[in-house]
Ligand binder design. Structure first.
Ligand SMILES: C[S@@+](CC[C@H](N)C(=O)[O-])C[C@H]1O[C@@H](n2cnc3c(N)ncnc32)[C@H](O)[C@@H]1O
Length: 248
């Protein structure tokens, strides 16, 4: 595969990205095509943010970029100068490369676990980014892992840079079990084009892999690491998903 750097990852074996791609990826594409997770609204807001925030060329790091389809659309007609996408899945990165071809900027794609790669990028001390984006991927980490991970991001940000988190967010005082139950009720009600088998895959994935935090918790973690400014730029009508912007 050309243009994609491969880094070995211990996570790769356990997560099974090839399996994820072939099985869950198709369902995820169906979810995106029907806008069940609100990508259209969220990425429209992201585009507005990037246009208003960066009057000068900027560099973006996209962690868990997947096929970068929505990111590419959000980056059109912005001052993007360079884009680096990281994902566990090779096939997703191959598609990301094609999707990003419409955006006029330097692109790099790295296959590997972003938790490990962020440490490596920090140690290399070469890259600094104006935007670090992580969209629908942080919630797989447990609270301590999220804390450690967010703590590392600061040293990868250029002066004046922003950290953008798009993810599932639970309500204050809502525990994980209640959130998952509420989210799945929404899936059953609104994701009407899923087949019973697809619903079952979604339910299994969410029940086993989703660990949402409250906005308050995410804000507290980021404040601990000197992200003193915080804005919620989007919250969906079901109050399950948010676009949060952190800066220093
Ligand atoms: C739900 S998809 C989100 C894709 C895209 N960012 C979006 O918002 O539509 C999650 C993506 O994160 C990737 N991912 C999950 N954990 C990862 C990790 N530890 N390191 C790198 N990529 C990861 C998966 O392979 C998948 O492509």
């Amino acid at each position: 595969m050309s243009g994609i750097t491969h880094l070995k990852s211990s996570e790769e074996a356990s997560f099974g990205p090839q399996e994820f791609f072939s099985e869950q990826w198709k369902v995820y594409q169906k979810v995106l095509n029907n806008n069940y997770m609100g990508h259209r609204e969220v990425y429209c807001r992201l585009h507005e943010l990037l246009v208003s925030y960066f009057q000068k060329p900027f560099k973006m790091l996209d962690l868990g970029c997947g096929d970068a389809n929505f990111t590419a659309q959000a980056l059109l007609n912005t001052n993007i100068a360079s884009y680096k996408g990281i994902d566990l899945s090779n096939p997703a990165l191959e598609i990301a490369k094609q999707n990003m071809a419409v955006v006029q900027c330097d692109t790099t794609f790295i296959q590997g676990d972003f938790s490990e790669l962020v440490s490596q990028l920090m140690q290399a001390q070469q890259d600094r980014f104006d935007v670090i984006l992580i969209s629908f991927a942080l919630h797989h980490l447990h609270l301590e892992q999220k804390d450690y991970f967010i703590g590392q991001l600061k040293s990868l940000l250029a002066s004046g840079g922003i950290f953008i988190l798009i993810d599932i967010v639970s309500k204050e005082e809502e525990d994980r079990e209640t959130y998952i139950k509420r989210y799945l009720e929404g899936v059953q009600k609104y994701w009407s084009l899923l087949t019973p088998q697809e619903y079952s895959m979604v339910e299994n994935h969410i029940s086993s892999s989703d660990f949402p935090e409250t906005q308050q918790t995410l804000q507290e973690i980021s404040q601990k690491y000197s992200f003193t400014r915080f804005k919620c730029l989007y919250c969906d009508p079901q109050e399950t998903t948010q676009l949060l912007c952190f800066s220093q």
